[in-house]
Unconditional design. Sequence first.
Length: 546
Amino acid sequence: MIRPTHLSAERKEQSSREGCWRNRLLDDCIASLAKSNSAATAVVDDHHVISYSELDSLIDRFAAVLRTLGVKRGEVVSWQLPNWLESIIVHHASIRIGAISNPIVPIYRHREVAFILKQTQASVVIIPAKFRGFDFPSMIDDIRGDLADLQHVIVVDRSGEGCAANNFDHLMSNVLEPSAATFTERSADDVAVMIYTSGTTSDPKGVLHTHNTLDYEDQSIIDLFGLTGNDIVFMPSPLAHITGILYGLQLPFMVGSAVVLQDVWQPEAALSLIQKYRCTFMIAATPFLHGLVYDEELTHADVSSLRVFGCGGADVPPELIRQAEKTLNCMTTRVYGSSEFPTLSAGNSKDSLELRATTDGRLIGHAEYLVVDEDDNSLSPNNTGDLLVRGPELFVGYLDAKLNDEAFTSDGWFRTGDLAQINDQGFVTIKGRRKDIILRGGENISAKEIEDLLFEHPAINDIAAVGMPDPVMVERICAYVVLRPDMEITLQDITDFLEQHKIAKQKLPERLELIDVLPVTASGKIQKFKLREDIAQKLAAELSKT
């Protein structure tokens, strides 16, 4: 049974005393609304419009499927599904039986999925038969030999042709009627969700959240933006990403609203969905906001229902916020958070547009922050240093407990790895990253993972992967390569080599720069800031010639 690895009695007592942790189970709101507002729409995707009563029944049925398969309290149910109704069913059914929901983003491939399934010891994984042309069952077949704990692979086949025993619809239609005996005793301090995030190391890290941490996080966002049952949430961000978990899988059902899902991002289609369902609220990464603001169809779409757009997960250009507020005519703000601390700061309608555009907002609810120097001494306002955070929504440790020692201070502050500055008004601005990650389209990509793999290439003597600025994706990957004597290499060679390792295509470098020697410090550490400056200057020079 997986339990919190970093949750002190003092933190539990304080969070309960201050009324932040309400000891509510995340799935209870759906069961309650199934009785009090049964006919109201809960979920819309490209195949379904589902009421609260129907959703609650579907969750009960899949909960019974999981118990029939032997899943117990504290065990992991992994799922790698797009933004489909089935994701919501699997997530809440897992939680309802006391198991742990483990979403895996659909872009992950053999290497990442094998690592996650092996470390979590998941006995069940739910996958699509095919999504965006990729054969997920074949991937599982390829890696299954190394997964001793994996017993059941359930396939969601939307082609209508699936009839195998492990088909999702087949299992749902043949399950015995769920009963009270299906469920188990649970606690709001149980781990409810385990999400993997890439950080400074090449392997992803399992982040543990309880019912209490996620309940508080969502409630703080509801309060910040004044959300009610009259709001309609639009969710194009992957449900398996922290943004999707919080604001697609959880928040809508806490206020009794509906969530409209989009499984493949297309700005024109998104505008149509917002107009059709009168969506009012969304939080998504920079590419999503950029896509809406600059799509040619915006002038023909009626998006007047949209009243709040929170943009985060990657660097957000101030001008994008200004332009969005003008063209979308809704309150637009930068937000800052992470898988470990979902939302530390944001702005709302009480704050000026300029503050919402140029800073990452002010603290939300009971969140706390410190900016410190390299010796953990607190810095005064307007000085840049390392950002430490803590609060009721802070995660309860990594699955690999050894990672906690480096991540937390002795008095419970979490080291974000980001550099920040706090102004005299208390607004925080993220200035850079200590963590060696590349933020591509809202996804954290480990530079070290790419470098570790490319070091194996016979033509490469030295390698550094850095983010290069991009107006849509925020960053794309540039590989700086030092060649071995008398060797040659092309970007296609690098792509082909990495694809042999079956990593997600988002991790493939999109530019190659050959260099005689990498810039290093006296101690031998690569000065990546110099490489980022170099590629930014080259891109600017190239742009000026067009």
